[in-house]
Design a protein around this ligand. Sequence first.
Ligand SMILES: Nc1nc2c(c(=O)[nH]1)N[C@H]1C(S)=C(S)[C@@H](COP(=O)(O)OP(=O)(O)OC[C@H]3O[C@@H](n4cnc5c(=O)[nH]c(N)nc54)[C@H](O)[C@@H]3O)O[C@H]1N2
Ligand SMILES: Nc1nc2c(c(=O)[nH]1)N[C@H]1C(S)=C(S)[C@@H](COP(=O)(O)OP(=O)(O)OC[C@H]3O[C@@H](n4cnc5c(=O)[nH]c(N)nc54)[C@H](O)[C@@H]3O)O[C@H]1N2
Ligand code: SF4
Ligand SMILES: [Mo]
Length: 764
Amino acid sequence: MESSKRNVSYTGSDEFTGIKITEPAEYAAGVPAVKVALEHAFKEAGVFRSLTALNKMNQKDGFDCPSCAWPDPEKRSAIAEYCENGAKALAEEATNKHIGKDFFAKYSVEELSRWTDYEIGKSGRLIEPMVLREGSLHYEPISWEDAYSLIAEELHNLNSPDEAIFYTSGRSSNEAAFLYGLFARAFGTNNLPDCSNMCHESSGVALGETLGIGKGSVKLEDFYEAEVIMILGQNPGTNHPRMLSALQKCKENGGKIVAINPIKEAGLVRFKNPQEIKGVLASGETISDIHLPVKINQDVPLLKLILKKLKAKDDETGEVFDHQFIKTYTQGFKDLMEDLDTYSTSDLLGQTGLDESDIDKVVELLAHRNKIIICWAMGLTQHKNAVDNIKECVNLLLAKGSLGKPGAGTCPVRGHSNVQGDRTVGIMHFVSKKFNAAIKKSFGFDPPEKEGVDVVHAMRAMHEGKAKIFMALGGNFVSATSDTAYTATGLQNCELTVQVSTKLNRSHLITGKKALILPTLGRSEKDVNADKQRFFTVENSMGKVHRSRGILKPASDKLKSEPEIIGGIADAYFKNGHVVDWLSLSKNYDQIRNKIAEVVDGFDLINKRSKGNGFYLPNNVRGLDFSNLPDGKAKFSLCKVPEHNLSKDEFLLMTIRSHDQFNTTIYGLDDRYRGVFNERRVVFMNSTDMEHLNLQKRDVVNIISQYDGTQRVAAKFLVIPYDIPRGNLAAYFPETNVLIPYDHYAEKSNTPISKSVIVKLQKA
Ligand SMILES: Nc1nc2c(c(=O)[nH]1)N[C@H]1C(S)=C(S)[C@@H](COP(=O)(O)OP(=O)(O)OC[C@H]3O[C@@H](n4cnc5c(=O)[nH]c(N)nc54)[C@H](O)[C@@H]3O)O[C@H]1N2
Ligand SMILES: Nc1nc2c(c(=O)[nH]1)N[C@H]1C(S)=C(S)[C@@H](COP(=O)(O)OP(=O)(O)OC[C@H]3O[C@@H](n4cnc5c(=O)[nH]c(N)nc54)[C@H](O)[C@@H]3O)O[C@H]1N2
Ligand code: SF4
Ligand SMILES: [Mo]
């Protein structure tokens, strides 16, 4: 796919890399995980550097794992408090490979854009600020001061502050995110799109509307007490590997695990805990007691059927639902029960594609237990009806009274390590009157009142030429968002694109007329100011805030911390003519934290309390306080069943992660648990569907989507027969983002429909 501006490729090479296929793995982690973790770390960062860093990762005096947002246990293991994919994330960041002016003099952006994402990422850490001047094909060095001035000048050139977009990816600290949001507001816009718009936004909307807080309610210890944990649309073995230790504890205490997923992910089958001798020597522990291979996007029908069957039992005994809880804390139960009666069991069952006897087993498990946790991730949040998917989960928990008690509650398992914290401290495109009033009180300026753009609207604004400056605090916007070509041309319409990054990615190559790379410190690196080492704070998936302090020597002495970079830009823009002293605030993180405490509830004494295990932020669901909702009650919802009306040759495609990637960062070319090695251009398919289309294993196909008259093609994928429901396909992102139309996204949350893309296959 080529552009008319700089002649860059939006997706890179699509050459095959030499596939090897085995049977899918029967267990997750164990010895191979330790081996792979160390291999990655040693190869990238050397033995000494990796071991030094790994020893301090997730320890109380060390740094937070830069990968996912899974919480650390109160009592840490002295040996290894990390998993294979945490080690891989560290290896990527701590790599000894560095790229600076020589690299960019040698390779033009056009040439680099033809590399795969894997090759681009593996080139190394960015070590000095670089500029791509108008008409030029090569980045060249620029001083920090000149970079700040260039940004300031371009910002002053805009006709309106809303022509600038300030994107955030969830790796930024609370301090950096708070300062960034503050600068955007001081500049005059709420254009603060965020990776969570593509991720758990649907959870935030659904939970906010039903329970009054857009976050989950469980704590890690609840996992150990739960009687049933349901896991929908999540692949913890790859994406939150230490969750398996928590599930293991649940099982040891007699709990049951139900996995609801179109595919049988290895981590949900069996787990060998590498922290235990038995995890090394024995055959490991079975994780899921029941696996329901539901068809893609048929979770609402399944949950309705479960509720319907529970209702039938409750009608007999009155003891299945928690009527006291329902009466005291909720509204809308009667409507939900009446609504359930309008659906027929056979219709619902048909939609799920499941055996009724398997569903009955789950109903049996749930009927007389109420310490129930429901976990979910992208398999629920990235559909058109995503908000309803989650509301239906809330319906089940409310009916069972499974909230606000130990061992029970909601658990949206977050992605990026601080994506939840970034939102808490103000990364949001919508307007919170309370937040704005607090900013005004604390800083003395009026934040803008007009709602800003989220990710899909940012894409559109750039594409239509309504936004002219795009700045990113981390992330890889062009590859992470849907509709790659649409997003790419939008970015190319910009006057200036600015990336604050640790590693090179495609968003440094698909740029505006001018572009800047501002290299920043990674999590694992020492952040020193005036001989004093600074720390920052993060919030994990369960609402706990704690410190993180890097220990490695930075990749270069030219790197700056994210707060310093934001402070530099703000200072250059305002030229000291602003109520906020940006430079001094950006250097002193204690001061930023004190300001966060003034603006955001629950952060008081953050400088003291973030030590050690850290502290929990307020959460109304834990105390069953729904006073912030209409009528002061938690809300049952009436959710519709999704309809796709596929023709005979159409499939629903879910775009998922391999075991060797972190979003758009490709660690390697293997997906060990699914038995695919040395290749990413694969599409997993049911063997009966293959027969119908006359396809053989390893046949090459193009994947084609057609929405509103526009055809989009992802070319050249190898077909792999896999245990996946009929009519469903799976393939990796970012390669498949070219297929997802920019204007098809979830109702209310605007999250692209990355898990239910309607496609056809065509033999290539
Ligand atoms: N190593 C590693 N860790 C990561 C990441 C990474 O890329 N690599 N990414 C991080 C981020 S930002 C996030 S958001 C999380 C993502 O974590 P996950 O949500 O686990 O990631 P996905 O690979 O998108 O997997 C989605 C799962 O949902 C299932 N699924 C898809 N559609 C449906 C459906 O309709 N119904 C049901 N029931 N299941 C469905 C898929 O089979 C798959 O198992 O992980 C975080 N952690
Ligand atoms: N089709 C499809 N698309 C998806 C998804 C899907 O499941 N399917 N998942 C979506 C989800 S859940 C998410 S969260 C988004 C992710 O979207 P993004 O967050 O935008 O993408 P990442 O790949 O996580 O960003 C990686 C880049 O972040 C930079 N980086 C890493 N660490 C740091 C740091 O400490 N500071 C700074 N400043 N930069 C850093 C590096 O340069 C790296 O290249 O993708 C979404 N896109
Ligand atoms: S579970 Fe997540 S946060 Fe914990 S070590 Fe693994 S990747 Fe890092
Ligand atoms: Mo995410």
